[in-house]
Design a protein around this ligand. Structure first.
Ligand SMILES: NC(=O)c1ccc[n+]([C@@H]2O[C@H](COP(=O)([O-])OP(=O)(O)OC[C@H]3O[C@@H](n4cnc5c(N)ncnc54)[C@H](O)[C@@H]3O)[C@@H](O)[C@H]2O)c1
Length: 327
């Protein structure tokens, strides 16, 4: 198949390479010109996916129209904050029968829309798939076993997604709960920041982690229900699975942000260091407003926000957690 990828960052490059290794012809658009040159000449991407050799079926371009024209499937792998500005000009550039597969996991702060909702608004008549689940790029890019979940309106599109991605170490499962699958991936980023903060402050108690992650999962499911998602979706890979992977992985950008906060770094310093702030931070800002409007109780996320803002001490937060303010 002829496949396009928008964004050859950490996740986009790992996905592009997986699809290329599976025998498909892949062209990726990337914002950073040096990354494009390196992929085309060296077949590596040291900036975003160091030390992983890239397949010759993968080429890169800075011309976004070239990356999307005459493609049967197009993966979207840029942070949510860039999706509207990047995709809006492509409204009439993408073939009518192309399937759009969203990999971004975030909520736009201004509109309160999820990445998949933004894509749906721009391309209402295209076939669309939401892909999520525990899939740390640095792991599956090195052949470590990974299982993800695809959700969409038409089963045919889920099979097409599986045809592109499935191999001996990577599998795609199906769901019909697109908003539940997407929200699991979006919301767990918030709670991964919190776990990074605890670990960064040497609160490395397995008991506390268990309490915290249980409370996080309950809050994720409660938010999901407020959006019409099915609670069972949160008990599978794109919910609890992704929460555990992101909260516990040393490669997670969101968890890393929590560790840097624990070291006393300010948001501006973290942005300087990380380039783009991890999506969990913007999601945390957005979800507070959305939860208020939908009258969903989110004490854990609210407490985390107060800890990040310095208006609540970590000790008070932990006390509240074990005394049950999370319920
Ligand atoms: N990294 C992972 O393991 C992983 C796993 C699952 C989902 N995701 C999701 O994938 C998405 C991308 O994450 P990532 O980790 O690859 O990010 P990254 O920081 O590695 O890459 C950032 C990407 O954004 C692009 N970009 C930067 N400035 C831009 C601009 N002004 N306009 C358009 N694009 C711009 C970069 O070129 C790059 O492709 C996020 O939504 C993330 O939640 C990541």
């Amino acid at each position: 198949m002829r496949v396009g990828i928008i964004g050859l960052g950490n996740f986009g490059t790992a996905m592009a390479n997986l699809v290329a290794n599976n025998g498909h012809e892949v062209i990726g658009w990337e914002y950073h010109e040096a990354v494009v040159d390196e992929i085309n000449t060296q077949h590596t991407n040291q900036r975003f996916l160091a030390d992983v050799p890239l397949h010759h079926n993968l080429t890169a371009t800075t011309q976004i129209e070239t990356g999307v024209q005459e493609r049967e499937a197009i993966f979207i792998a840029i942070p949510t904050v860039f999706i509207h500005a990047t995709l809006q000009p492509l409204r009439n550039q993408i073939a009518d029968n192309a399937v759009l597969i969203n990999l971004a996991k975030g909520i736009d702060r201004r509109s309160g829309l999820t990445a998949f909702q933004i894509i749906t608004n721009i391309f209402p008549h295209h076939r669309r798939v939401m892909l999520s689940g525990p899939s740390i790029a640095n792991e599956f890019a090195r052949g470590l076993p990974t299982v993800v979940v695809a959700a969409g309106e038409h089963e045919h599109d889920l099979w097409l997604t599986a045809q592109l991605l499935d191999n001996d170490h990577f599998r795609v499962h199906f769901s019909d709960d697109a908003i539940g699958v997407e929200l699991g991936g979006i919301l767990k980023n918030i709670y991964a920041i919190g776990l990074g903060m605890f670990d960064g402050q040497s609160l490395q108690s397995v008991n506390l982690r268990a309490v915290y992650l249980t409370a996080a999962l309950a809050e994720m499911a409660r938010i999901g229900q407020g959006f019409g998602a099915s609670i069972e979706t949160f008990l599978y890979l794109s919910g609890v699975g992704d929460l555990l992977a992101t909260a516990l992985s040393e490669h997670s950008h969101n968890r890393r942000m929590g560790e840097l906060l624990a070291q006393g770094l300010h948001i501006a310093d973290i942005q300087d260091r990380m380039g783009v702030l991890p999506e969990g931070y913007t999601t945390l800002q957005s979800i507070r407003a959305v939860a208020e409007k939908r009258r969903i109780s989110i004490p854990l996320a609210t407490g985390l926000w107060q800890v990040i803002q310095g208006t609540l001490s970590t000790e008070t937060f932990v006390q509240g957690l074990i005394k049950g303010f999370i319920e």
